[in-house]
Ligand binder design. Sequence first.
Ligand SMILES: *[C@@H]1O[C@H](CO)[C@@H](O)[C@H](O)[C@H]1NC(C)=O
Ligand SMILES: *[C@@H]1O[C@H](CO)[C@@H](O)[C@H](O)[C@H]1NC(C)=O
Ligand SMILES: *[C@@H]1O[C@H](CO)[C@@H](O)[C@H](O)[C@H]1NC(C)=O
Ligand SMILES: *[C@@H]1O[C@H](CO)[C@@H](O)[C@H](O)[C@H]1NC(C)=O
Length: 316
Amino acid sequence: MKVRTIFQELFSLSLLLSLTFSSSQLLPDSGNSSSALDATLQNYAFKAFYKPRTGVPYDAKLPKNLTGVKVSALRLRSGSLRTRGVQSYKEFQIPTGVIELPYVERLVLVYQNLGNWSDIFYHLPSYTYLTPVLGLLAYSGANLSGSDLPELDIRASDKPILIKFSNVKSAPYGSVAKCVYFDLHGSVQFDYLLPGNVCSTFQQGHFSIVVESIALSPEPAPSPQPIAALVKEVGGHKKSKVWKIVVSVIGVCIFLIILSLLAARVRRINKSMRIQQLEWAADSNEALDMRSIGGTKAPLAMGTRTRPALENDYIP
Ligand SMILES: *[C@@H]1O[C@H](CO)[C@@H](O)[C@H](O)[C@H]1NC(C)=O
Ligand SMILES: *[C@@H]1O[C@H](CO)[C@@H](O)[C@H](O)[C@H]1NC(C)=O
Ligand SMILES: *[C@@H]1O[C@H](CO)[C@@H](O)[C@H](O)[C@H]1NC(C)=O
Ligand SMILES: *[C@@H]1O[C@H](CO)[C@@H](O)[C@H](O)[C@H]1NC(C)=O
């Protein structure tokens, strides 16, 4: 083990730490652009209504620069939502007992399927989407030409709203698929995935199924693994864990330094022992006579322990 390589490792580790810290500061405030998208999609969704019937979902037309996104709108009486729920609205199953705040007589549930735009508007560092991000947002249905409306707050009471995802990519071997939930203020929560690719929620927001991207890369080499783990932790907003990692990394560094000092010491002891051996050998050689054999001088012992072999015993 060379001291220089240890210092190179230390340097790369500290570089890595500074990198991960800057990336934790750069974690995007995704609430911003995604809330702008919500407002845009609300406008397009409401334009889908033409002499709308309540309880019937209408698909909206979107501009070319949003190709891949799907939006629908469903207008309901609030009493009907509370007492009957909605058996199926695209992937969403809305149970009885859902109420909105503040109270409105009619409300509009806007459905979003962000398709291949999911990762752009809801980028989750170190996670991979197995299915597009779906949104369910509630607005007042009082003025269907209203734009930039604020969302209502809807809450399920006893039973949760279920989201039954279809077309879910299978999770890579050894990784665990999780439900992810984004509320309207940009905070992220993870939850267990229920059998049948179902997620549940008591609130409105955006939903999808993810796996940690680390599991997707084919068997990482042993040395980059702690790097990946470190980045993963920072990406997962687990800042308290970062400190544990920092402490353990520092511990490892100290251990490496001690190890290298020990190694250097052992090498020095070895060296001095070898010198002693040489000196000892030189001392014992003093007794040997130096004789000329051919052109070279060589030490020669007076008595030889191995007797010269007889000629007839000699086998070439
Ligand atoms: C988005 O960010 C800009 C500047 O950072 C801020 O002025 C604006 O209010 C934000 N918009 C939303 C919807 O949060
Ligand atoms: C799409 O284009 C419209 C203009 O046609 C623009 O106002 C809007 O911001 C664009 N949206 C996106 C997401 O690029
Ligand atoms: C999504 O796919 C459509 C075509 O299906 C394409 O036009 C659009 O640019 C894609 N959007 C992104 C963000 O890749
Ligand atoms: C509905 O909203 C539009 C656009 O914001 C506004 O012009 C109109 O007056 C509103 N109608 C009612 C009945 O509030």
